[in-house]
Design a binder for this molecule. Structure first.
Ligand SMILES: O=C(O)CCC(=O)C(=O)O
Ligand SMILES: [Fe+2]
Length: 368
C-alpha cells in the first residue's frame, strides 16, 4: 500500500495505524504473562516453572484459545507515506508507538548518492568488523562464535555469496565525518527527544542476498535509512510477546527464537494465528521503528542500511512499562554500561551476553 498524506490523517485513513487484528488476549492473562516475565528476569525460567508448576502452561493454553479466533495469520502492509509531515508523524506514529515508512525521504541524501560496497571498501576497507551472530540457520543469537575480519574481506565475500553479515557495525561511530552524509537537519526534526540527542548512535548493516537478523527488539528508537538494495522488515507490537515467547535475558537486546520466514508452530503454536506488518524498504526509504516493536529483518538483495538510534524514556515506558522498568535491572550488561557500549560498538553487548555464564544457563535450557 502506498499512500500520500499531508496534514492530518482523514477519518477514512485512520485504519492506517490499527490494521493488525487484536490477539483477543484477556487482560488478566496479559498481566499474568508479564508477571511471569518479571519473575523469569529475576529468578530464571527453570526456577519459576518449578515454583509455579503449571502456571505458564495453563496461561499459554488459554491465550492460544483466544488468538485462535483470528483464524490463519495475516500479513498486513506497513503504512508507507510520501511527504509525511512532522506533526502527523508525531501525532499518529510516535505518540501511538507505531512504525511507519517515510517513502523516499532520504533519496537525495549524500549517503544514498555516495555510499556503495565499492566506495566503503575503498575508503574504510581496513576497518575491523566484529561478527557476533552470522550463521544463517535457526539459532540462538547468543550461541554463535565471534569472528573478526576486515570490511574489505567481508565485502569481497559478498560478491561470492557469503552470508557473513555485518550487523550493528559502528562505522559512523568510528568515522564521525560519515554522519554528515545522513541528513542531520532532518534527523533533528524527527528525533523524539532532543535532550538525549548526544546519546544518538548509528549502526550500519551491510551484507549479501539471503542474510537476515533474527526477531528482536530493543528499548531505543530507530530511524532506519535504506541506502542500497532492498530490505524486508516484518514487525509486530510488544503485546505479541506471549506468542513469540522471548527469554527474559537481562539485556538491552531482546530476542525470540521464532522465525517468521520458517515458522515452527509446534514450539510457537500461537504464531499460526498472529498478524504481522511487512514492508520492503527501497533505497531512500526511512523507517521509524518505536521502542520494543519486534522486528525480523532480511535482505532479498545485497543491502546497505543505517540505523540512527536514540533513547527516550517517555516513549519507551509508554510502549512497555514492564520491559522499560526491567532495563534498570539488566545485568548483561547493566544499563549504564550498556549505553556506553552501544555508543562504542553495539556488538560488544551481544558478545558480553554470550560470555555471561549465568545468562547462557538461563537461555539455553533444553527446549528453548
Ligand atoms: O537490517 C537488519 O538486518 C536489522 C536492522 C535492525 O534490526 C535495526 O535497525 O534495528
Ligand atoms: Fe533491530
Amino acid at each position: 500500500m502506498t499512500q500520500t498524506l499531508k496534514g492530518a490523517i482523514p477519518a477514512e485513513q485512520a485504519s492506517l495505524v490499527s490494521q493488525l487484528r487484536s490477539n483477543h488476549f484477556r487482560p488478566a492473562d496479559q498481566r499474568n504473562y508479564w508477571r511471569l516475565f518479571v519473575l523469569d528476569h529475576f529468578l530464571g525460567r527453570e526456577r519459576v516453572d518449578r515454583l509455579f508448576e503449571g502456571w505458564r502452561a495453563g496461561l499459554q493454553q488459554r491465550m492460544l484459545e483466544c488468538i485462535r479466533r483470528n483464524g490463519e495469520s495475516r500479513v498486513v502492509p506497513l503504512p508507507r507515506l510520501k511527504n509525511l509531515d512532522r506533526k502527523t508523524y508525531f501525532r499518529e506514529f510516535v505518540n501511538k508507538s507505531h512504525p511507519v515508512v517515510f517513502e523516499g525521504a532520504a533519496k537525495n541524501w549524500e549517503c544514498c548518492r555516495k555510499w556503495s560496497f565499492d566506495w566503503i571498501k575503498k575508503h574504510y576497507g581496513g576497518d575491523d568488523v566484529m561478527l557476533v551472530d552470522h550463521a544463517h540457520q535457526d539459532r540462538n543469537p547468543l550461541d554463535e562464535p565471534i569472528e573478526h575480519l576486515t570490511l574489505a574481506n567481508l565485502i569481497d565475500g559478498i560478491d561470492h555469496g557469503s552470508l557473513k553479515y555485518a550487523r550493528f557495525h559502528p562505522l559512523l561511530q568510528r568515522h564521525p565525518e560519515l554522519r554528515q552524509d545522513v541528513n542531520q537537519a532532518w534527523l533533528r526534526d524527527h528525533l523524539t527527544n532532543r535532550r538525549t540527542s548526544w546519546m544518538r548512535f548509528y549502526t550500519l548493516f551491510f551484507g549479501g542476498k539471503g542474510t537476515d537478523t533474527p526477531l528482536h527488539c530493543a528499548g531505543n528508537e530507530n530511524l532506519f535509512v535504506q541506502i542500497r538494495g532492498q530490505k524486508r522488515w516484518r514487525l509486530c507490537p510488544v503485546e505479541c510477546a506471549p506468542i513469540i515467547d522471548p527469554p527474559a535475558n537481562r539485556s538491552v537486546y531482546k530476542y525470540s527464537g521464532y522465525r517468521p520466514d520458517g515458522p515452527d508452530y509446534d514450539r510457537f503454536p500461537m504464531a499460526r494465528y498472529m498478524d504481522w506488518y511487512e514492508t520492503i524498504l527501497e533505497p531512500g526509504d526511512v523507517l521509524y521503528n518505536p521502542p520494543y516493536y519486534w522486528h525480523h529483518v532480511s535482505n532479498p538483495t545485497s543491502s546497505i542500511g543505517v540505523g540512527c538510534r536514540w533513547n527516550n524514556m517517555r516513549t519507551a515506558f509508554r510502549a512497555s512499562p514492564t520491559l522499560f522498568t526491567l532495563e534498570l535491572f539488566n545485568t548483561s550488561p547493566n544499563i549504564l554500561r550498556g549505553m556506553l557500549m552501544a555508543l562504542n560498538d553495539f556488538n560488544t553487548i551481544l558478545a558480553e551476553a554470550r560470555t555471561d555464564k549465568k545468562q547462557l544457563k538461563l537461555q539455553n535450557r533444553p527446549g528453548r
